[in-house]
Design a protein around this ligand. Structure first.
Ligand SMILES: *Cc1c(COP(=O)(O)O)cnc(C)c1O
Length: 365
């Protein structure tokens, strides 16, 4: 049986967390002389910050546990409020998970490249050993290789699905095999799950106590500027993350804006539908271009595209102020650029520019 205490660093298990002023009294009414705030107001009062944010009392510390947001988010995600942790971007739970479980210089995490860069950066910041088991050429998990690479001190295994930068879903049966055969935490990063035709792993939280699911408000919800990530896991693990997070990690205006955004699920769904329609169209149009060697299937809001001369294409696009992500030096992605699905007119401009590039080639050679 999985035992969270075998994964946590010993001092984290016994840590006494910071007790904030807002932990000791949770009522809304009162004379608040407990947190050394400015009782007169804020330097933003009376200034024309936009309507939504101006309802905030900037002089008061926000709810450290974001209970109103979790109450609204839980039914949307089909989880219990206690299974939710909110972070300053997904980067925050990624870092907290590494710090909660890995003793620097001793423990390790396992990743499946090519994948999202933050796992490796977080391991490096925390002086934690990184074990890399590459995906197969069709960007799936080499399950036997992963299982035999796991060390007694391997604490975390990151699986990004749909994967960045390849765009594909990872076979859910393989993720379940990893969950069943690994005594550490399996972190399934679902930043792009809204664009995939599949169920979230959040529905399996009660079945697998070692499962952690990451999602974000930065992509489908269109709220990258707010820096808000979601982490779903057992109540036991969420309590640990709450213990070690900075007390007020989600700012008051951000909490206020997230509450508004959560009332607007249909708007997210409409944008996702448009992105999916545009993805389909963009893929079809890219396949018609002779300079495109391969378009990888996508379950995300971006497409991995292989070009004969990716560097020249990248530079030409930059010249025309079209910025894509250069992944051509990444192992298994040789020759590839990662292109985010844009609006109809942005995609048209991209395609027109790629045609111009191709024409220049044929006229100059
Ligand atoms: C974009 C992305 C995130 C989201 O990061 P935030 O810090 O929440 O903006 C997480 N994981 C992957 C794989 C991503 O591509």
């Amino acid at each position: 049986m999985f035992d969270l205490n075998t994964v946590l660093r010993p001092h984290i298990q016994t840590l006494t967390p910071y007790s904030s002023a807002r932990d000791e009294y949770t009522g809304k009414e009162g004379i608040f002389l407990d947190a050394n705030e400015n009782a007169f107001g804020s330097t933003l009062d009376g200034s024309k910050v936009d309507d939504v944010a101006s309802e905030e009392h900037y002089n008061r510390y926000p709810d450290p546990h974001q209970l109103a947001i979790k109450a609204k988010l839980a039914p949307i995600k089909g989880v219990r409020p206690g299974q939710i942790f909110l972070g300053n971007g997904s980067d925050e739970p990624i870092d907290l998970l590494v710090r909660a479980t890995c003793t620097p210089g001793q423990d390790s995490i396992l990743i499946l490249p090519p994948t999202y860069g933050m796992y490796e950066v977080s391991a490096a910041i925390n002086d934690v050993t990184l074990i890399k088991i590459p995906l197969t050429p069709d960007f799936q998990v080499d399950v036997p290789a992963v299982l035999s690479a796991i060390q007694p001190r391997t604490k975390l295994l990151f699986v990004c699905s749909p994967n960045n930068p390849t765009g594909n879903l990872i076979d859910s049966r393989d993720i379940k095999t990893l969950l069943a055969n690994f005594n550490g935490l399996v972190v399934v990063d679902e930043a792009y799950i809204d664009f995939a035709d599949t169920q979230s792993f959040t529905s399996l939280l009660d079945q697998y106590p070692n499962l952690v699911v990451l999602q974000t408000f930065s992509k489908a919800w269109g709220l990258a500027a707010l820096r808000s990530g979601m982490c779903f896991a057992s109540e036991e693990l969420i309590n640990v993350l709450n213990k070690i997070k900075p007390p007020y990690n989600i700012s008051g205006p951000t909490q206020h804006l997230l509450l508004k955004a959560l009332d607007n699920v249909p708007s997210k769904d409409t944008m996702v539908a448009r992105i999916l329609a545009n993805r389909k169209e963009l893929i079809a149009n890219l396949l018609n271009l002779p300079l495109v060697q391969h378009v990888y299937p996508s379950d995300a809001n971006f497409i991995l595209v292989k070009f004969e001369d990716p560097k020249a294409v990248f530079d030409f696009l930059i010249d025309q102020q079209i910025i894509v992500r250069d992944r051509h030096r990444v192992k298994l992605c040789d020759g590839c650029l990662r292109i985010t699905v844009g609006t109809e007119s942005e995609n048209e401009q991209l395609l027109a520019t790629l045609k111009t590039f191709a024409n220049r080639l044929t006229t100059t050679v």
